[in-house]
Design a protein around this ligand. Structure first.
Ligand SMILES: [Mn+2]
Length: 348
């Protein structure tokens, strides 16, 4: 195993095995928590973790803050997903009481939407996350901002579990878990094109392929397959995008009317922000959209220097330096676009 991952992977694998034993002894079930505005890495790492727990004989589900996007349907994980309504005080999963939480790709309950309250019920939860966090790291929390993806961490955890149990890796990371891990790695590395792609990342992808994570199947479904409304809305949002500050910033503002015009769903413009970032000369790309539930969602991508994560924090969001997002509960999309331009002007 890569040195960088060793300590955390074995420590976390030990924690997972302890948890599995405790769940079996007490007839408990585990919920795995991920961030809202779900993406390939949080869904992939969440489902892979739950699947690994299932291989260990534990009842485990992923708590979903929203519906599974169309692009991830091929992962075939419906039976792993649990949709809370946010008002539950207790949860039974396959007849077993929810009594332990794990979080992946996210450590803060306030980024989990309607799942946050359930997560906070068990503050001593195991975490595997590659975001910078403010919450105090403990033995139970494996935080590695230098990891390409939460999925790469989950892969190493799975390998460590198999080693500790003296089992072949495929007994712990089965084909379904492998496809989920591949989904997260290709999402967070932009199919191995972002600067977080290390030789070790490619090595992990190779191992995951051997375990059944078919890279061409995963990439086609996650990135290339478009629904008809998605195709038209994306293209329209790109055509409407404007350049600012001498072409250093591109922004597209997508109103609810545009979604209605093409009969498109909330996540049907997911690829627009990276298409804008790809424009020659653009350092920062922003897509603002009005969501179905009346909020404003902002997505940011940068090429090499602009810190999207700290910018998103100014709008109570978060993410990574090159990719981040935020949600405004109430507001006018054009006002927010104006605020962003005023602020970016001082930063770019
Ligand atoms: Mn991630």
């Amino acid at each position: 195993m890569n040195k960088m991952y060793e300590e955390g992977a074995y420590r976390t694998a030990g924690n997972i095995l302890d948890l599995a034993q405790r769940m079996k002894d007490t007839d408990g079930a585990v919920l795995v928590f991920i961030h809202k505005s779900v993406d390939g890495d949080c869904v992939g790492s969440g489902c892979a973790t739950a699947q690994i727990l299932r291989r260990l004989g534990v009842t485990a589900f992923v708590a979903m803050p929203e519906a599974l996007p169309f692009s991830m349907g091929f992962l075939d994980v419906d039976d792993i997903l649990y949709y809370p309504d946010g008002t539950e005080t207790e949860v039974y999963l396959d007849g077993k009481k929810y009594s332990a939480a794990i979080s992946v790709d996210c450590t803060e309950g306030n980024r989990m939407g309607c799942c946050g309250a359930l997560y906070e019920m068990f503050p001593d939860s195991i975490t595997m996350d590659h975001h910078e966090i403010t919450r105090l790291a403990t033995d139970l929390k494996w935080i590695m901002p230098q990891s390409s993806s939460a999925c790469e961490m989950v892969y190493h955890m799975g390998v460590a579990v198999a080693e500790m149990l003296k089992l072949p890796v495929e007994e712990i990371i089965d084909r379904r878990a492998a496809r989920c891990i591949m989904a997260g790695v290709v999402t967070d590395t932009g199919r191995f094109t972002y600067s977080n792609t290390k030789p070790e990342t490619l090595a992990v992808a190779g191992e995951v392929m051997k375990l059944g994570g078919d890279i061409s199947e995963v990439c086609y479904n996650l990135f290339d397959r478009k629904k008809v409304p998605e195709f038209y809305l994306s293209n329209s949002a790109c055509v409407d995008a404007k350049l600012y500050f001498g072409g250093k910033m591109a922004m597209s503002v997508v109103t609810r009317d545009m979604f209605l015009k093409y009969d498109a769903a909330d996540d049907d413009i997911a690829d627009v922000v990276s298409r804008l970032r790809d424009i020659n000369g653009v350092e920062l790309a922003v897509v603002l959209r009005e969501t179905e539930d009346g909020k404003i969602r902002g997505n940011l991508r940068s090429k090499s220097s602009f810190d999207c994560s700290s910018f998103a924090e100014e709008f109570s969001g978060g993410g990574h330096k090159r990719a981040a997002g935020f949600t405004v509960e109430n507001g006018n999309i054009n006002d927010i676009a104006g605020q962003i331009l005023d602020r970016v002007e001082t930063l770019l």
